[in-house]
Design a protein around this ligand. Structure first.
Ligand code: ADP
Ligand code: MG
Length: 207
């Protein structure tokens, strides 16, 4: 994972978010306050605009700067959570280097753990973590088995999709939807949907 892969991923993520405007907006309108699409769009745009400044940096510095930028540009609950993901990832890439699939898997898991700690949430609470935790676990397991990048990206897309769909039948115990009780049932969590889209977009870059 070099810096140019991270920048290409930012473009792919921005495209995926822009292509799903109505879906992301209506999901957050149903069980939140309707701003999730705007938040994600603003964040993606800010990162894409930083590309010239990021291109010369090392991967850990790129990830850290992305985190800091997201903290200052995305509002709502999702801003600080996504920011902490990139900062958590940056730490591990700095320690373990950016050349092995196992270090990417550890970095991804560390990013997810940072979200978990910051949001005080876990699996089954109808949040983005219902996508991120299963993906992190599978990424770690497949990396340990020496699976190829292509095998891993194919598997993670499927797991992200299953995690996103699993939020439909859950009651929310964190975030704005937590106040809705059973009324949240039947709706996919917007943060889970945007995380699934981002994972799919990045996995699609891996041949
Ligand atoms: P807000 O809820 O402040 O309007 P967004 O609409 O941008 O912010 O983001 C909402 C998403 O944030 C939810 O769909 C959920 O996935 C995620 N979220 C909210 N609270 C938490 C939490 N404590 N832990 C993990 N994810 C959370
Ligand atoms: Mg919202």
């Amino acid at each position: 994972m070099n810096s140019s892969f991270i920048l290409t991923s930012a473009d792919a993520i921005q495209d995926a978010i822009l292509q799903h405007e109505s879906e992301l907006e209506s999901l957050d309108r149903a069980i939140g306050d309707g701003d999730h699409y705007i938040n994600m769009k603003r964040g993606a745009q800010a990162i894409v605009e930083m590309q010239p400044e990021l291109a010369a940096l090392t991967p850990d510095a790129v990830l850290n700067k992305i985190g800091m930028k997201l903290l200052s540009t995305i509002g709502g609950a999702s801003g600080p959570l996504l920011a902490s993901f990139f900062m958590g990832m940056a730490k591990v890439i700095k320690e373990k280097g950016n050349t092995s699939i196992t270090s990417y898997a550890s970095a991804f898991s560390a990013g997810v753990d940072t979200i978990r700690q910051r949001g005080k949430a876990d699996l089954g609470e109808k949040t983005m973590l219902d996508v991120l935790i299963p993906v992190a676990n599978q990424f770690t397991a497949l990396a340990a088995q020496n699976a190829s990048a292509k095998e891993i990206s194919t598997a993670l897309k499927l797991t992200a999709e299953q995690g996103m769909l699993s939020t439909k039948d859950l009651i929310a115990t964190k975030g704005r939807a937590a106040g809705l009780g059973e009324r949240a049932i039947g709706h996919i969590d917007p943060g889970a949907k945007s995380c699934q889209l981002m994972i799919e977009a990045v996995c699609n870059l891996i041949q």
